[in-house]
Design a protein around this ligand. Structure first.
Ligand SMILES: Cc1cc2nc3c(=O)[nH]c(=O)nc-3n(C[C@H](O)[C@H](O)[C@H](O)COP(=O)(O)OP(=O)(O)OC[C@H]3O[C@@H](n4cnc5c(N)ncnc54)[C@H](O)[C@@H]3O)c2cc1C
Length: 601
């Protein structure tokens, strides 16, 4: 018991203790607001900041977790954050065809819990998507979501400090969210970018005119520190907006809905073990993310009839909530060793001088501003692609390290990877401290479609998450193409100059295959499966009449009144991007739609 108490105090962090003392914000039972926003993640913070610009509107932002602390602001600690209370800690149901290197074949699917949501624990890669993604949404009947419509919203969020792109029409310099190139740069990243160019992948701005090519990572950091949704959108305004009330440690359990009119009129939530209700005059908006927004809809009677009936939740509106779940699955590798020294991220390489320089002198150029070792991205076409030439299929995520980069203390646990896998592949690197880098291969447009549903009606229980990774064999083939291209890039002069060669250790369970043969890699892909956490479509957006749609292009829940979903769960198909930038864009779009509906009323 004592240990649990200590762990809890430790996980809360000093900041939470102080916040709860000086700014407790205890809810008042039955309080009234114009808008209630559930979830202070990337989209929720954006929406709360924008709606509360109107001093006449009273806005409540309700968040299950606490406040960010110094660990969140230190990019190199990203992996460690997954071991804290800032992560909901979800796991999938055991996967038949993926995650074979994980305990019980369960993939880890973390989500951020706290003011800032997943933007406070993410890897901070800033990446918007391909113009064809958004034009496709619009062509499917989602008017107002084409690339021409959403580009100004991406720009509105951005405060870019990207050397060389000062005059690009694809970047803005006056929005709230800081975007900069990762401030720490290793020789491994330089060699990878040069080798990619030598292999024919041009240098590009992947948020600009063309995604295809290679680039150093653009990241949501400010002077080398994490710039989360909370830091960017809420912290600068919260003390001078008396119409914005923020409630941390408040876990919403249900949306209150009038069954006759199907209008949402409030929420029920728990704060410090007590149940409260708040009323909303105008709207309740779910911004609880791709797992929790569908969960809350279903707990409130909006969802698939069979699931709700089976668990005894009275049905108010039948909708395909959670019926689709897409994600971007990757392969954690290949890993290459090199002849360099001192270039790979290992904790032992972070010196006291680095720490002092980062925290006290504000120097962003140390390992501490490395976003978990991620330094460069390459957007590629696969030879098997049936998509237009300017629409990438695969991404290589260049990491100056591997699971050994924290010596097995965080990433391995965060990904639920078994010890025998770590010991066979990464422990020798950890012990020798040999320089190496990894190219994670991610597929952008998977065909595999999963599902999310409720196991019971207890709002504090996890939903069941089954992404059905690699259920479509072609998804594996795309990743195999990416692995082959990674190996080709490693043979280019810039990487050969540093002695880059495949780590020649076998993945346990794949021994029957010849090392580095296609079948070996297929086995490795199904073993070292590693999601980059881009779950979407659980509250899919689509026009009325679309049998897969949960919300309309105005983000209103179909068939309901005064209820919207504004977060990444509405994204209809996996984008050619990581999903955090889209979450901000959706928050901006949601605020425009809501303002258009209520201004003057
Ligand atoms: C480890 C990790 C690394 C990632 N790295 C990147 C990256 O480098 N680049 C990138 O683009 N994307 C990345 N992503 C994905 C990206 O961060 C998310 O897609 C995006 O932030 C989601 O935004 P959101 O607003 O939809 O939801 P979230 O940011 O997840 O916000 C949802 C919020 O709702 C709260 N909430 C949920 N349920 C309740 C409830 N019942 N009551 C009250 N509050 C509730 C949550 O605590 C959370 O704060 C990463 C994700 C993870 C998990």
């Amino acid at each position: 018991q004592q240990n649990r108490l200590l762990t809890q105090i430790e996980q809360l962090g000093l900041v939470n203790v102080i916040e709860q003392t000086i700014r407790p914000n205890v809810p008042k039972q039955g309080a009234n607001y114009d808008f209630i926003i559930v979830g202070a993640g990337a989209a929720g913070c954006t929406l709360a900041a924008r709606l509360s610009e109107n001093p006449k509107w009273r806005v409540a932002l309700i968040e299950a977790g606490g406040v960010e602390n110094i660990a969140h602001h230190t990019p190199v600690l990203t992996g460690q954050l997954l071991q804290t209370a800032s992560n909901w800690g979800y796991r999938t149901v055991p996967q038949r065809l993926a995650c074979r290197g994980m305990h019980n074949n369960e993939c880890s699917v973390p989500r951020g819990k706290g003011l800032g949501g997943t933007s406070s624990i993410s890897n901070m890669i800033y990446n918007r998507g391909n113009r064809r993604d958004f034009d496709g949404w619009a062509a499917a009947g989602n008017e107002g979501w084409s690339y021409a419509d959403v580009l100004p919203l991406f720009l509105r969020t951005e405060n870019a400090q990207l050397k060389g792109l000062e005059h690009s029409p694809y970047h803005n310099h006056s929005g709230p969210l800081s975007v900069e190139y990762v401030r720490y740069r290793s020789d491994l990243a330089r060699a990878f970018v040069d080798a990619s160019a030598q292999a024919g992948h041009q240098r590009t701005d992947y948020n600009g005119e063309s995604q295809l090519g290679v680039s150093y990572v653009q990241a949501t950091t400010r002077n080398g520190r994490r710039h989360s949704a909370f830091s960017a959108y809420i912290r600068p305004v919260r003390d001078n907006r008396s119409n914005l009330d923020i409630f941390a440690f408040s876990r919403v359990t249900r949306v209150l809905i009038d069954e006759t009119t199907k209008a949402a009129y409030g929420i029920e939530f728990n704060y410090m073990r007590k149940s409260y209700t708040f009323k909303a005059h105008k709207e309740v908006i779910l911004s609880a993310g791709a797992f929790n927004s569908p969960q809350l809809l279903m707990l409130s009677g909006v969802g698939p009839e069979d699931n709700l009936k089976a668990i005894g939740v009275p049905l108010i509106q039948p909708l395909p909530v959670g019926r689709r779940l897409y994600d971007h699955m990757c392969h954690f590798g290949p890993t290459f060793v090199t002849n360099t020294t001192g270039q790979t991220l290992y904790p032992s390489r972070i010196s006291v001088a680095d720490i002092i320089s980062f925290y006290l002198a504000g120097n962003p150029g140390t390992w501490l501003s490395s976003i978990g070792g991620v330094e460069a991205l390459a957007f590629l076409k696969s030879p098997r692609s049936k998509l237009p030439a300017d629409w990438p299929d695969i991404e290589l995520v260049m990491v100056a390290g591997s699971l050994a980069s924290d010596e097995g203390t965080a990433l391995k646990l965060g990904a639920n990877i078994r010890d025998d896998i770590y010991d066979a592949l990464y422990r020798p690197l950890q012990l020798s401290q040999q320089d190496h880098f990894t190219l994670l291969v991610m597929q952008f447009h998977p065909k595999s479609i999963g599902r999310l549903w409720l196991r019971d009606r207890n709002p504090l229980h996890w939903p069941k998450i089954d992404p059905k990774y690699f259920i479509e064999p072609e998804d594996v083939e795309f990743i195999l193409d990416g692995i082959k291209e990674s190996i080709r890039i490693s043979r280019m002069p810039a990487l050969q100059a540093i002695g880059a060669r495949l780590l020649d250790r076998r993945v346990p369970g794949c021994d029957e295959h010849e090392f580095a043969s296609d079948d070996y890699w297929r086995c490795s892909i199904r073993t070292l499966s590693y999601t980059l956490h881009h779950q979407v479509a659980t509250c899919r957006m689509g026009p009325e009449g679309d049998p897969t749609a949960v919300v309309s292009p105005q983000l209103r829940v179909h068939g309901m009144r005064k209820l919207r979903v504004v977060d990444t769960s509405i994204i209809p198909l996996p984008p050619t991007a990581h999903t955090n930038a889209a979450a901000y864009m959706i928050g901006e779009k949601g605020s425009d739609l809501i303002r258009a509906d209520w201004s003057g009323k």
